[in-house]
Design a protein around this ligand. Structure first.
Ligand code: SF4
Length: 338
């Protein structure tokens, strides 16, 4: 393990410029954390308000990390690393900001008289149960704070580590509304390894869903992102929805791939490398911008909704939902970014 003041190890464009002398770079000499650098900071605030114009069904989020070692090629949160003067590609996957005081800060913010006890969503801009969580264990203190304040919350994850906190989740669910969701959209293992290289296997995520529901913690599946021409065939969708039903998913929400700036460049580079024959089809389907053609989205969502009905899974969302916009979280000092 190596801890060093950031100023000693990074240049003027590195996170040290953002976080000051209190930021520490932590590289760990263990295969579990190979290739990762954690930048440990003390955040100034932790509850983020989602911009009013956003169409997502939550108004507040908590993100204990920035960057994500799950390294999904298509991740729309990649753009957030630009706010830190870091790259949206490999930097996003390997340079992770750790808000070491997240739990303490959240407890303080929840206790403010101005806080109205609104639901808090986690896992919307970063995966709280990525590899860093195994080392820094920020989530237990966060869940404890929410439990003690009886504040409703939700967690979306691809990480199996959430099961470590099952007992805490159960305690929280006994005093407030707690919902969880796992994100999984394919059962093609070579494709999974290539496009979500840092994530647990799809089957392991569905097993998480099953265990959470068995423990009385509501868990649904975000069938996302559905990749045009790669994971959208009727057979593939049927296999996935059937597996969601077997896992006891409380709902299945389909979301077709979004290609926002930041993710788009990284994803297209991957597509050129792995599936060059599909590039022209993608260019056509996404010629309108970040979203796939509307008719295509409606068609795919319709197929998933029909399958969910066939397998007896309730549908919470009846129309395609966009993911949230990347949040330039206000608690982190911004240099010359805007
Ligand atoms: S797990 Fe979520 S936040 Fe992490 S890289 Fe994948 S899509 Fe992005």
């Amino acid at each position: 393990m190596r801890w060093q003041r950031l100023q000693l190890v990074d240049g003027p464009e590195a996170p040290a410029a953002l976080f000051g002398a209190d930021a520490i770079a932590d590289t760990v000499d263990s295969p579990e954390f190979a290739g990762l650098t954690f930048y440990v900071i003390h955040a100034k605030s932790i509850i983020n308000r989602v911009p009013a114009e956003s169409r997502v069904p939550f108004r507040y989020t908590v993100n204990p990390y920035r960057g994500c070692s799950h390294a999904c090629t298509y991740c729309f949160a990649r753009k957030t690393h630009e706010y830190l003067n870091l790259g949206t590609g490999a930097d996003f996957d390997s340079k992770v900001i750790v808000k070491a005081n997240a739990g303490r800060l959240l407890r303080r913010e929840l206790a403010k008289p101005s806080w109205r006890g609104e639901a808090i969503a986690m896992g919307t801009n970063v995966d709280c149960y990525q590899r860093a969580e195994g080392r820094y264990r920020l989530m237990p203190a966060i869940i404890e704070a929410l439990r003690d304040a009886a504040n409703p919350f939700s967690i979306l994850t691809k990480g199996t580590l959430i099961l470590r906190d099952l007992e805490l989740l159960r305690q929280a669910a006994s005093v407030t509304q707690v919902s969880t969701a796992v994100s999984v959209s394919m059962n093609n293992l070579p494709l999974w390894r290539s496009i979500e290289p840092g994530t647990p296997r799809p089957g392991a995520r569905l097993a998480v869903c099953e265990k959470l529901n068995a423990a009385g913690i509501e868990c649904s599946v975000l069938l996302a992102p559905i990749l045009p021409f790669l994971t959208d065939s009727p057979e593939q969708l049927r296999t996935m929805v059937s597996a969601c039903a077997d896992a006891g998913a409380t709902a299945v929400t389909p979301i077709v791939l979004h290609l926002r700036s930041g993710a788009r460049e990284w994803f297209l580079k991957w597509l050129w490398r792995e599936y060059p024959g599909l590039v022209a089809d993608y260019q056509l389907l996404y010629s309108g911008g970040s979203y796939a053609d509307k008719e295509y989205q409606a068609h795919v969502s319709g197929m998933v909704n029909d399958l969910a009905a066939e397998y007896g899974i309730p549908q919470r969302v009846h129309r395609p939902q966009p993911p949230p916009r990347p949040e330039p979280e206000v608690e982190i000092p911004q240099p010359t970014l805007f």
